[in-house]
Design a protein around this ligand. Structure first.
Ligand code: TPP
Length: 632
């Protein structure tokens, strides 16, 4: 980037071979400079700050000791890999992080040889790494393979499955467990408690030494007792040796290591490099290390919008309109007040989903299951069998993990589980791993489920009320970010299931725009503009992807004959497809239908506004589509 201080160590570092020439003092200085760069860029572009600050020394030590890119490093989630990006040829592009056309916030094979596996969703690194290790056996090769995974991400089912398997295969594989005791909020679960006991295990080791010295000091029988205690040590292993769980699974356990001491990390990783078989290196780091505001409030700085470096406060001061997330959180509290059967479930995202306020108000009715979407959904199904109404708040993209659980455990049994899908549609800078563009398609094909999407934050509260009262599986998806800014009704009311509404247009309309969710307001704005051109468009807010308002849609098709559907979802199997299927089923063939949505491709990162424009589902895109349909 221009303006780089030429006297800095970083100015001479572009690739890992550059850092391998540095001495310890220089490496420590480099760590500070990299932190400065990360803070600077994230303060302008937003991003995953706290996790990336926590892994700077670990990243340097890995690239220092291992022969990357020949040796391969898989970063789990990949949100902690900013330092990795900076020292693997992307320093001069780092200012473009997460912006349209710029580098991604996650590892991308398309971006660099040093990114060996694309990530974004958690807990995949061990599976991917053991896959590479098995391939190395078949293909031949003697390179090292590392998976770097956090204590939150290792708590997911997939990571357990991979540990279970990798421990047994006995291939050379190094797992680095980056333990900062935090997921986004404090980590949960028995694994987390276990890791915590290891961290405080120094006390146990000290106790063992002290006990041995004490026994030795007892005249005549002391030495005998020490011998005896050695014999029983094997059986005491579980109590006194750190990492025995991993040892029992087949891994050589190394640690716990202080993750911000480069000398310590480098020395130990050099030893680890020489070990055979699966190894687990337990590294203790601090989330947000080196930036006070992030250290003090790592949850806030986990994924952060642009902020002022000197105060840690957002550039955008969070003024109204209310976000969908906030509206959701408030409504759940409101509904729970009147209905003691309502409980709430999150998979490690209490702040992100807006359930944090509910957790404070109703701690006994709130469950954070950790990064375990599959477990979360089936757990909710279990709650529902006992008469509770679980509201499961999971981002659209992460709910993809729990597809079979929704189908098999919730919908097949018609259980009253409410799925609240935040971040439906484009999420912006997090890109293809995080856009919630598939849920209409993956949900509407499952029998028994009601699928809805509100046009604004006020309708969201009414949909939630509808959902908790409908007595079966139901999903509501809503966008990332602020609401439309509409007035909020005091009391949420139940909507008629499967009924849409006409929100714009007169009787004599010559075209209908049938929109759902975030596309309703742009459709109304488009229709208002089109009026000046003599095009009378009716706009329907469909509200429900399933069941569709068959009466309204068929009447519209029969009387107006030109229909445009708009959705912030992939076209395949989405809302527009549902409308087409309806017309086919009802024998309505003399209608022109144009579907607007996302064509069959993964969508890159850019702002939500840019993406809505690029994919033609904003006001201008809708106007253009209407004009093309109206052309004689
Ligand atoms: C399947 C899935 N669920 C949820 C998330 C959202 N998420 C991203 S990072 C993160 C916490 C990760 O914790 P940990 O692995 O301990 O890493 P840390 O950020 O603490 O370094 C969560 C919940 C995700 N990326 N993937």
């Amino acid at each position: 980037m221009s303006g780089e201080d030429k006297s800095s160590i970083l100015s001479a570092v572009n690739f890992p071979e550059d850092i391998r020439r540095l001495d310890l003092a220089q490496l420590n200085r480099l760590a500070g400079e990299i932190r400065g760069k990360i803070i600077d860029v994230v303060s302008r572009n937003g991003g995953h700050l706290a996790s990336s600050l926590g892994t700077v020394e670990l990243t340097l030590a890995i690239h220092y000791v291992f022969n990357t890119p020949r040796d391969k490093v898989v970063w789990d989630v990949g949100h902690q890999a900013y330092a990795h990006k900076i020292i693997t040829g992307r320093k001069n592009l780092f200012h473009t992080l997460r912006t349209k056309g710029g580098i991604s916030g996650f590892p991308r094979r398309e971006e660099s040889l040093y990114d060996v596996f694309n990530t974004g969703h958690s807990s995949t690194s061990i599976s991917a790494a053991i896959g590479m290790a098995e391939a190395r056996c078949l293909n031949g090769g003697d390179f090292k393979i590392l998976a770097v995974i956090g204590d939150g991400s290792i708590s997911a089912g997939m990571a357990f499955e991979a540990l279970n398997w990798a421990g047994d295969r006995n291939k050379n594989l190094i797992i680095i467990l980056n333990d900062n005791e935090l997921c986004i909020s404090p980590n949960v679960g028995a694994m987390s408690s276990y890791l915590n006991r290891i961290m405080t295990g120094h006390t146990v080791t000290r106790f063992k030494t002290e006990l041995k010295n004490f026994l030795k000091s007892i005249p005549s029988i002391g030495e005998q007792m020490v011998k005896f205690s050695k014999q029983v040590e094997e059986s005491l292993k579980g109590l006194v040796l750190p990492g025995v769980l991993f040892e029992e699974l087949g891994f050589t356990y190394v640690g716990p290591l202080e993750g911000h001491r480069l000398d310590n990390l480098i020395k130990n990783l050099k030893n680890v490099r020489e070990l055979e078989g699966p190894v687990l290196v337990h590294v203790i780091t601090k989330k947000g290390q080196g930036y006070k505001f992030a250290e003090d409030d790592p949850a806030k700085f986990h994924g952060i919008a642009p902020f002022k470096i000197d105060t840690g406060e957002p550039v955008d001061d969070g003024a109204p309109p209310l976000s969908y997330t906030k509206m959701f959180g408030r409504t759940v509290i409101k509904l729970a007040r009147d209905n003691s059967r309502i409980v709430a479930v999150t998979a490690a995202m209490s702040e992100g989903t807006g359930l944090d306020e509910f957790a404070r108000e109703y701690p006994g009715r709130f469950y954070d299951v950790g990064m375990a979407e599959q477990h979360g959904v089936t757990f909710a199904a279990g709650l529902a069998t006992e008469g509770l109404i679980p509201i499961v708040a999971i981002y659209s993209t992460f709910l993809q993990r729990a597809y079979d659980q929704i189908l098999h455990d919730v919908c097949l049994q018609k259980l009253p589980v409410v799925l609240a899908l935040d971040r439906g549609g484009f999420v912006g800078a997090d890109g293809p791993t995080h856009h919630g563009l598939f849920d209409f398609s993956y949900l509407r094909s499952i029998p028994n489920i009601i699928v809805m999407a509100p046009k604004d934050e006020n309708e969201l509260q009414h949909m939630l009320k509808t959902a908790v009262e409908c007595g079966g599986p139901v999903s509501i998806r809503y966008p990332r970010g602020r609401g439309v800014g509409v007035p909020i009704d005091d009391i949420p009311v139940s909507l008629a299931v499967g009924k849409g509404e006409i929100v714009y247009g007169a009787e004599n309309a010559n075209l209908a725009i049938v929109a759902i969710g975030s596309t309703v307001y742009p459709a109304v704005a488009a229709a208002a503009k089109l009026k000046a051109e003599g095009i009378n468009a009716r706009v329907i807010n469909a509200r429900f992807v399933k069941p569709l308002d068959e009466g309204l849609l068929c009447d519209t098709a029969n009387s107006i004959k030109r229909i445009i559907t708009v959705e912030e979802n992939v076209l395949m199997g989405g809302f527009g497809s549902a409308v087409l299927e309806l017309f086919e089923e009802k024998g309505i063939h003399d209608v022109i239908v144009k579907r607007l949505g996302i064509k069959d491709k993964f969508v890159e990162h850019a702002s939500q506004k840019e993406l809505r424009g690029m994919y033609g589902i904003d006001e201008e895109g809708i106007i253009a589509a209407v004009q093309s349909v109206m052309e004689p």
